[in-house]
Write a protein of this length. Structure first.
Length: 348
């Protein structure tokens, strides 16, 4: 059975139906400290969860570690989980990534359901079957491809988010618009992100998830067109790892900054229209601000890019655009071109 994505109108009924279609001699719910406090109370009285056992890990990406996975495996083992148990991952991308990996490896794999509670997890982390943890200072270095049985998307949880986390998820939506259609892109760069209207956002989330699902179905293991989803991520992951050692930034902010660099590179190398680049960059600068880097940081950022999992034989790999929806995968650039993009990011 392939993963089913439910745009949720009635969370209680939809979760009960999803559980009934999974093996579940026992049900476990994984949260982090934040989602235990803010999101678990939304569902903990549901009849379908009356015997569920709660497992909680520390919050934030710096706990997306093998130690946290081991604590989940230990809790499952101590509480009698079998290969016929089911785990519900209730949280942001850290919880759905780590929980998916823990479930995929415990007793060689148990069923799991993702209920993403952040905008980022709704449009990115919980769809597409990527699970994993950070290791050796590198993002998502260890993991497997394995779909959850269900992803249940309900924008009720977005009321628990601060503005920064709304923006973080929105960066991935902006990426999906850029690789999709002019209309979707235009809707995104004209949306009032500072005062988001939740009903409109739910419709836009559904459209965004459709873009990702469509691409993932064509290329489940990232051999070709799925690399479209890497737009903004070669520079973005480097910014994220760079900031991790200083003042950490949210993943979506790193992607937004990566989009600035990679849209500029797209203008330079693959003919992306300058006016659309400028409009997108202005939207990002207005809503996401910037980070301070200097010329002295360029070598470290380029070194971080060389560790990216998308590279082949040590060559840094970029996904660029010829226009909105015109995707150019497996692009390369010289060190000088990469530095020019970083110049533009600083001065643009």
């Amino acid at each position: 059975m392939e993963q089913r994505v439910i745009i949720s109108k009635n969370l209680k009924e939809e979760l009960a139906a999803a559980i009934s279609e999974c093996e579940h001699d026992k049900i476990f719910v994984l949260t982090d400290k934040t989602t235990e406090e803010l999101c678990w109370p939304v569902i903990n009285k549901f009849f379908s969860l009356k015997k569920a056992k709660l497992i909680t890990i520390p919050a934030s990406d710096n706990h997306k570690t093998i130690e946290s996975v081991m604590s989940v495996w230990e809790a499952l083992g101590q509480q009698g989980a079998t290969r016929h148990s089911c785990m519900i991952n209730l949280g942001g991308g850290m919880v759905t990534d780590l929980g998916g990996f823990a479930a995929s490896t415990f007793k060689r794999g148990i069923d799991f359901i993702n209920i993403p509670t952040t905008l980022l997890a709704m449009v990115d982390a919980s769809v597409g079957g990527k699970t994993g943890i950070n290791f050796n200072g590198l993002k998502n270095e260890i993991g497997v491809f394995n779909d959850s049985k269900f992803v249940i998307l309900n924008t009720t949880f977005l009321k628990t988010l601060d503005q920064e986390n709304i923006c973080s998820g929105y960066a991935e939506m902006l990426k999906h618009g850029l690789i999709s259609t002019n209309k979707m892109w235009a809707d995104l760069v004209n949306f009032d992100l500072q005062h988001p209207e939740l009903d409109t956002l739910q419709r836009m989330v559904a459209e965004s998830v459709n873009v990702k699902e469509h691409i993932v179905k064509q290329d489940p293991h990232e051999k070709g067109i799925r690399k479209a989803l890497n737009l903004g991520h070669t520079f973005g992951h480097a910014f994220e790892s760079f900031c991790m050692k200083r003042t950490p930034i949210l993943h979506g902010y790193a992607v937004a900054y990566g989009l600035i660099c990679e849209l500029y590179m797209s203008c330079m190398k693959t003919g992306f229209p300058t006016d659309k680049m400028r409009q997108t960059v202005s939207f990002i600068q207005d809503n996401f601000g910037s980070i301070n880097i200097t010329c002295d940081d360029y070598d470290e950022l380029i070194e971080l890019m060389t560790h990216d999992k998308k590279n082949t034989a040590g060559t840094i790999n970029f996904t660029l655009l010829g226009n909105i929806g015109d995707i150019k995968i497996n692009q390369t650039a010289t060190t000088e071109e990469i530095k020019e993009c970083l110049d533009f990011f600083r001065e643009g």
